[in-house]
Design a protein. Sequence first.
Length: 234
Amino acid sequence: MHKAETIKKELKKIADKDKAKHLAGFFKTGKGQYGEGDIFIGIRVPDQRKTAKLFFDTELHEIEKLLDDPIHECRLTALLILIEKFSKSDDIKKKEIVEFYLSKTSRINNWDLVDLSSHQILGNYYYSRDREILYKLVQSSSLWEQRIAVVSTYYFIKRNDFKEILTFSEMLLDHKHDLIHKATGWMLRETGKMDLKILKKFLDKNHRAMPRTMLRYAIEKLDETEKAVYMAKS
């Protein structure tokens, strides 16, 4: 049996119908919503991580079969396997994994898929390399590619490298979707945890233009007085 089919069978063994219903609502799978048509079978992320660790040696062509599956948990498990492979690979293999990841962004098509994988693969890889591809992604017409670019900067932020998140946040001030507002606000909040002065400098310059959701996420860790000042002026 091919590895992808084995993994799918293992996942279906631990599926939970009640949890699947909850997840379908939580991830907005209804008509006209951002996750329209996504299918859940109800598996906790920790259980998917266990499965990924068991099958970390799965080849990319088998991982591709999982990423192409309509079941959300198959795609997430595929990405968790990819993270495991990436962490155990040399530079040549890492490059291959990154190229594969970039070729499959259309299947990394919900916010949890993006948030669990992008910084660990793209952020990690491009931290010490040219980051032009992230600038292309943030200007993409794809909501998910834009979020991939933003959340990839989490790896940089944790290493006191704020150039991309500050640039991307300004580029996305006029974005219409709250999933981008939330992602940029989250990364700005993480920036503030590392360097509060950098965050406040960004807020002082941009808070009036920031979407309210982006601003609320960004200032979440500030004291109540500071929050009130920024919200009142926005």
